[in-house]
Design a protein around this ligand. Structure first.
Ligand SMILES: C[S@@+](CC[C@H](N)C(=O)[O-])C[C@H]1O[C@@H](n2cnc3c(N)ncnc32)[C@H](O)[C@@H]1O
Length: 231
């Protein structure tokens, strides 16, 4: 059984998910942690679509009366936590990267953050009112996606919610990271909104909202959004 907030004892354990691609991703995000902390601090203030969908997630989660415990899956620097908490939820965060978690704890000390892999979440079955996956599902290889979406479904209570944002595209493999100039590179997939909808439905959610918007500013892709309820 797992405790809330997440126990820290398993932080160094990625279980069966350790492989070269996971290690590449983890190392890259360890290096990117301070870069993201600088670059993304306050970014939500300039992203009305992101705020609107996160607010809808908060409102529907509270209305479901399944408790307020939600997890920001692939939380990075933890920038969503104050926003979710200000709207009545009790968010914690998990991330593959220990450096991201270190930065999240430093910058947002009031929240519970743990190192974990979203393919093996450290939570019991149906233990959460919701999960937010903000630009964190785009790194999953196609072969990992069915199990990963099932894992997200496993931890959400029936009637609870999943919300996700992603770079929208054709689901083809790309290499990313080099534009940061920090010497990192890793696999990423700009996900097809149809595939995301199909995956969440296949895992046991019903889509409540999906949408997208064109790229803005320095963004290299359109952005996709999906909100779904656990059946
Ligand atoms: C683009 S960043 C987004 C971070 C944060 N959600 C935000 O919006 O600022 C993607 C994050 O997902 C994390 N991540 C990628 N694959 C993961 C996995 N399998 N399990 C947990 N975290 C993962 C990365 O370490 C990284 O911090």
């Amino acid at each position: 059984m797992y405790a809330w907030p997440p126990l820290l004892a398993g932080e160094a354990s990625y279980g069966p998910c350790v492989d070269a691609k996971t290690e590449e991703l983890r190392v890259a995000h360890d290096i990117l942690a301070e870069f993201y902390a600088d670059r993304l601090a306050g970014a939500l203030d300039h992203m009305p679509a992101d705020r609107a969908l996160l607010s809808l997630f908060c409102d529907l989660t509270l209305a479901a009366r399944l408790g307020t415990d939600v997890v920001d899956v692939g939380c990075g620097t933890g920038r969503l936590e104050p926003y979710l908490a200000a709207r009545g939820l009790s968010p914690g965060g998990i991330d593959l990267s220990p450096e991201m978690i270190r930065v999240a704890r430093r910058d947002h000390p009031g929240f519970g953050f743990s190192v974990a892999d979203l393919r093996e979440l450290p939570y019991g079955d149906a233990s959460l009112a919701g999960v937010a996956c903000w630009y964190s599902l785009m790194f999953l290889a196609p072969s990992d996606r069915p199990a990963a979406f099932s894992e997200l479904a496993r931890v959400v209570k029936p009637g609870g919610y999943l919300v996700t944002a992603f770079k929208a595209g054709d689901s083809q493999l790309r290499r990313a990271g080099h534009s940061t100039g920090l010497g990192v590179e890793f696999d990423v997939y700009w996900l097809s909104p149809e595939e995301v909808a199909r995956r969440v439905t296949g895992a046991g959610f019903a889509t409540v909202f999906w949408g997208g918007r064109p790229a803005q500013g320095e963004e290299g892709s359109p952005q996709g959004y999906l909100l779904a309820q656990r059946s």
